[in-house]
Design a protein around this ligand. Structure first.
Ligand code: SDX
Length: 389
């Protein structure tokens, strides 16, 4: 914020950092990770390959990917004391709260946690977090179901292992279907990074104090927990269920126009065009529903989108579906309970948070975060004795 001469209510939009990780053109609906279009990565890549790309800036060779996959696979286990911490949560604790607490607890388990200067140590820290997020997420889910935790199976791929830790010895039996594993790869790729969004901003701001990366990522999880950010996909399902039928859509839209509520899953700080991720997720719905059966709420979502995209209120405000509008329908079809949707978002976003944290830590010119303020309070005045107040 330059001379503070003019006050911009969105002053948080001022440039807070330089970054080479992700490029977004909100007007054109473009999203690129290290220059590669999200559409090509979603079609041709895997989540671990994209994680490597975000962290290292280039797509890996076959040997590099092999080593990276080996290292991540061999860090999926959690210390038993972290598992003990998790068993201490209330039976109905929200999985995002459990995730945030457990990730910050990781900072107390590694003597080298605060050593962020050594590249080898940063590699170990980032590998551990990408490896352990699905394990913590799955343990939190099993905790909420009152079921025994399922340990990682290192013979499985990253996404297949996650589905195994979630659903082994329980419904749905189709969780191991390759089409669902591929759908989860795509969803994680689409969520992997998104420039300076609220949660990434939190990771960079907290990370700029040179704290360990586990604590910085825990701050990002806290930001993502909010309904206007990562919690939106859970809110979309609740909204669709409350609408209940396509007949009720006009009344719902009228309420939104009166300011009674927001159309969750619509609108974006940056995209003033269709979120490219929403287009890909909408297509992934068809693949998943082939296996699971069509989510009955899909009909309401499609009709709601059609009506909104033809309505002046939304068109004039450039409100289009964002990444959260359809993702919840897939997660629900995969039998995830709504409170797990944002955990899935967090697992996907972890490589992006870490790539942005790493970029900040190695950039000697990046200083500790200290946003400017516009002071709007009283200026100097004398103390008033009690009898005169
Ligand atoms: C994510 O930043 C990222 O990159 C985030 C994310 C990521 O990958 O990290 O993309 C993930 O957070 C996606 C967004 C998920 N949230 C939701 O779907 C919640 C619903 N969306 C809104 O709350 C809202 O659109 C935001 C928070 C996403 C953006 O809010 P802004 O920037 O304040 O919206 P805006 O300034 O562009 O709004 C302009 C107008 C306002 O109306 P007026 O004051 O001009 O009358 O549009 C209205 C807003 O009230 N508006 C909406 C609306 N979103 C904005 N009206 C109804 N429904 C909506 N969803």
């Amino acid at each position: 914020v330059g001379g503070l001469a003019t006050y911009d209510p969105g002053f948080v939009n001022t440039a807070s950092c330089r970054s080479a990780v992700t490029f977004i053109d909100g007007d054109e609906g473009i999203l690129e990770y290290r220059g590669y279009p999200i559409e090509q990565l979603a079609e041709h890549s895997t989540f671990l390959e994209v994680s490597y790309l975000l962290l290292n800036g280039e797509l890996p060779t076959s040997d590099q990917l092999g080593q990276w996959t080996h290292d991540v696979t061999h860090h999926t286990f959690l210390h038993e004391n972290i598992k003990g911490l998790m068993t201490g949560f209330r039976y109905d604790a929200h999985p995002m709260g459990m995730l945030m607490s457990s990730v910050s607890a990781l900072s107390t388990f590694y003597p080298d946690a605060s050593d962020i200067a050594d590249p080898a140590n940063r590699y170990l820290q980032t590998t551990r977090m990408i490896a352990k997020m699905p394990t913590i997420g799955a343990f939190a889910y099993r905790h909420s179901q009152g079921k025994p935790y399922v340990y990682p199976d290192n013979e499985l791929s990253y996404c297949a292992n996650f589905l195994s830790m979630l659903f082994k010895m329980s419904e749905p039996t189709y969780a191991a279907d390759e089409r669902l594993v591929k759908a989860l790869e795509v969803l994680f790729i689409l969520h992997a990074d998104h420039e300076q969004n609220c949660s990434t901003n939190a990771v960079r701001s907290v990370g700029s104090s040179q704290v360990d990366p586990y604590s910085a990522v825990a701050a990002g999880i806290g930001a993502l927990y909010g309904p206007l950010h990562g919690g939106a996909n859970e809110a979309v399902l609740k909204m669709l269920r409350r609408i209940g039928s396509t007949d009720n859509i006009p009344g719902f839209i009228a309420g939104v126009k009166e300011g009674k509520e927001k159309l969750m899953g619509f609108g974006h700080r940056v995209y003033k065009n269709y979120d490219p991720r929403a287009k890909i997720i909408k297509k992934a719905c068809d693949d998943v529903f082939e296996v699971t059966g069509i989510n009955p709420l899909l009909e309401i979502a499609l009709e709601l989108e059609k009506i909104a995209l033809e309505d002046e209120y939304f068109v004039s405000r450039k409100l289009y579906p964002n990444v959260d509008f359809y993702s919840g329908l897939i997660y629900e079809a995969l039998q995830f309970p709504p409170e797990m949707f944002t955990v899935l978002f967090a697992i996907g976003r972890t490589p992006g948070w870490l790539a942005q944290w790493q970029e900040l830590v190695v950039d000697k010119e990046q200083k500790i975060a200290r946003p400017k303020q516009i002071y709007t309070g009283h200026r100097t005045r004398d103390f008033v004795p009690m009898g005169q107040r």
